[in-house]
Each structure stands twice: as structure tokens, then as C-alpha cells.
Unconditional design. Structure first.
Length: 153
């Protein structure tokens, strides 16, 4: 009888172990759908009226320059649409030291200009349609002419 209890106990223990392994995940995670188009990664420049500017895109982050750094932030893409959200502005543009500042830091430095700071960040936020053909990126914002940029090697 003692041996029967041992066998039943071992069977129950074995069953519990098997079910616990079956319930565990196999430590593999599905590959997430990218939120950005990897074809955008790199430096894209425009030249307009003798002024050069551009974007540096890198897996969901970007920097916008116009002869000097201007804004940086995050972006997402979906079905030919790109949404840019600036998170920092270059200080020289606001008479601050040459480094990146958040909107809150600029407002703290110039509280009287809070409305201007907010509207400037909002102006550089937005959703654009985009297309890439070879080394040419075309960005279009509703109500504006398309902007053509060339990818740099």
C-alpha cells in the first residue's frame, strides 16, 4: 500500500511538473510591427532659395536642421503618413546656450513667451504624407507645397 501511495504521489508530482511547463511561455516574443519606416533612416537634405536644411531620421527619432540644429523629436509612420512630434529645440533659436532644451525648460527661462513657445512647437508638429523614390523623399503637409529632400550617402 505504501508503494501505491508513492506511485500516486509521483504521478501527481509528474503531472504538476508537466502542466507547469506547458503553462510557461517559451520566452519568444513576436516581432513587433515597426512604428517607423526603416527606409527613412539617414540624412535627407533640401536646398531652397540658397538655404540648406534637412532631417536626420533614426528609428523613430529625428533632428531638423536649417543651417544649424533646430528641433529634435520623435516620429511614427503608417501607410505613407508620417507624424512628427518635437520634444526639444536648439537653444540658440531662443537666445539660450547651444544645447537642446525641452519646451518646459524654454518656458521656464522665458515665462512671458509661453504662448509663443507652445505655438512654435505646435507649428513644427504635424502629420505629413511621404513617399520615397530612390534617394528622393517627398513630404507633403496639407495646404502646403510638397518638399523634396535628397538622401545623403
Amino acid at each position: 500500500m505504501k508503494n501505491q501511495f508513492k506511485l500516486i504521489g509521483l504521478a501527481v508530482l509528474f503531472t504538476a511538473i508537466v502542466f507547469s511547463f506547458a503553462a510557461c511561455k517559451n520566452n519568444t516574443t513576436p516581432t513587433p510591427t515597426p512604428l517607423t519606416d526603416p527606409a527613412l533612416n539617414g540624412t535627407w537634405l533640401w536646398l531652397e532659395d540658397g538655404l540648406e536644411g534637412g532631417y536626420k531620421f533614426n528609428n523613430g527619432t529625428y533632428e531638423l536642421s536649417n543651417a544649424r540644429p533646430f528641433f529634435k523629436g520623435t516620429f511614427t509612420t503608417s501607410a505613407g503618413s508620417m507624424t512628427l512630434t518635437p520634444t526639444h529645440a536648439w537653444g540658440i533659436s531662443w537666445s539660450l546656450e547651444a544645447q537642446w532644451y525641452t519646451k518646459a525648460e524654454i518656458i521656464a527661462a522665458y515665462p512671458a513667451f509661453e504662448e509663443t513657445v507652445n505655438s512654435t512647437f505646435a507649428e513644427y508638429s504635424g502629420t505629413y504624407t511621404y513617399s520615397i523614390s530612390g534617394n528622393t523623399l517627398t513630404l507633403t503637409e496639407e495646404g502646403y507645397s510638397p518638399m523634396t529632400l535628397t538622401k545623403q550617402p
